[in-house]
Ligand binder design. Structure first.
Ligand SMILES: [Fe+2]
Length: 125
């Protein structure tokens, strides 16, 4: 059984999907079950991944992380999203961008998630 907002990845072709409606079935890609990505919330290594959420005049700014994460061709933050009670929104990033995103939303209480192409899925605590 899936759950809303879960993110699954195919470890063969790299497809990633987010669940927007739950179902009983198993998600399969390239002939094998997709991996449910676990949200990590505590940094252990040198690079920092836990999203840092700040309020701004426009809304919410999310930085990855408390020391800026690399944004190189081989290692970068692919996207940052904020999750609110009513849904949420996501911004996609490219190598060379700053590892941060600003969301013009009126909600002050959010959970932020981000995906590093090497180190996986992270969320704010
Ligand atoms: Fe990383």
């Amino acid at each position: 059984m899936t759950a809303q907002k879960q993110i699954y990845k195919c470890n063969i072709c790299g497809n990633m999907v987010e669940v927007i409606h739950t179902g009983k079935g198993e998600l399969v890609c390239c002939g094998q079950p997709m991996e449910l990505l676990q949200e990590k919330a505590a940094d252990a290594g040198l690079e920092k991944h836990v999203p840092v959420v700040e309020t701004t005049d426009k809304g919410i700014k999310v930085k990855v992380g408390d020391v800026p994460h690399p944004m190189e061709e081989k290692h970068f933050i692919e996207w940052i999203e904020v999750i609110t009670n009513g849904g949420g929104c996501r911004q996609f990033l490219q190598p060379g961008n700053k590892p941060e995103a600003e969301f013009e939303i009126g909600v002050q209480k959010v959970v932020a998630r981000e995906y590093c192409n090497i180190h996986g899925l992270w969320k704010s605590s």
